[in-house]
Design a protein around this ligand. Sequence first.
Ligand code: 5AD
Ligand code: SF4
Length: 430
Amino acid sequence: MNVYDSHRMASMLKDMGFIETDAQEDADVVIFNTCHIREKAAEKVFSDLGRAYLIKQERQNKGLDTVIGVTGCVVQAEDKEIIKRAPYVDFALGPLRYYRLKEVVEEIFNNREAKLLDTEFSAVSKFDFLPENKAEGGCSYLAIQEGCNNFCTYCVVPYTRGVEVSRPIKEVLEEAKRLVKTGSLELNLLGQNVNSYHGEDENGKERNLAYLLNKIAEIDGLERIRYTTSYPADVDDDLIECHKNLKKLMPYLHLPIQSGSDDVLKRMNRRHTKDEYLRVVEKLKEANPDIGMSSDFIVGFPGETDKDFRDTLDVVNKVKYIQAFSFKYSRRPGTPASIMDNQIEEKVKKERLQELQDLLFDYQLKFNQQSVGKVMPVLFESKGRHEGQLAGRSPYMQNVYAEADNSLVNKIVQVRIKRASTNSLKGEVI
Ligand code: 5AD
Ligand code: SF4
């Protein structure tokens, strides 16, 4: 979601006449779009800001002005902290307020004494104010839903992104068509809880994600659809049908379980048990036997016993994820879990994370190895690590590298897979 928001901010600044640069020393405006999900991400902001301040001072010595802004969830959660620890920040906008970027940047340039902070949880939707966006490449994100009502006890999202809001069907379809028209072959529909999407159609009737997926699949020129991130208890039968019937829907689903222990899931305030989750996966696999699953896991949640942790490993052995993200529980201020008894010590969290990741990587490597010899459609997105090489994605979100001409960027090309490692595949364009 932050990548999507950052693109939208960049496109607003481009509309104002700014040019993007990779070199911070050259930038008149620097914006940090921040994440608050775990402590490490949130702390990184302050070290990045410290570096930006040094660059600002160096530029000042050369007579150049620099505006420093912070956006995203750290602003929402730590607005006072930012001003205290980084008083040189010119403006700070919460994740629902960055649609004001143009006006804010203009105001700061007009009055260099001004400081602007805006973390309103407004009734207006930022999407009503954002200028039209275009595709940045063959693969685009499209936010269809934002915020979350689930209140998992470890998670800051409901406090930083607010309550769940779905964008209306018409608005999403217009953006989807525009992205396809300007070059996107793949759309990844985004939301913190994307499968509880319930946007209104033109008659004011609420429609689910399956309805939207069917509509989006009708767009000519669009080849691939994905959606992320889903909540297990909100996977309905209509959505499962989509995995059976919609050829454009990729055979890959990120469906976080977080923990395999029913006790832990309960204390996490998740609305599903281990068996309910496994049943959803089973139904998805019945609908499309080729589907590859991915998940998020948290280890070391308060009170997690060794038996609880074994239940998590058991889920991994049953689902055989083709990819996954796993994290040590991070205590987030203001969340219910942060004041629970029996916080787990760092050493135990570290050991459990290592064991879980070893197992996850084993399955990921096995899956990648099974790809060797197969021919798959790869959507090339950028230059690869080596000269003459391009990097792209398989239908299963695997990173694929192949020798190929630059003219194949943003195209879907058949590639024969020759080699596999845990994180990527190497292939040959055929
Ligand atoms: N500690 C560790 N991981 C977390 N996540 C969310 N909150 C926390 C936390 N406090 C993870 C969850 C979620 C992913 C985006 O981040 O696994 O699915
Ligand atoms: Fe956070 Fe996801 Fe739970 Fe919502 S469903 S509270 S975003 S972990």
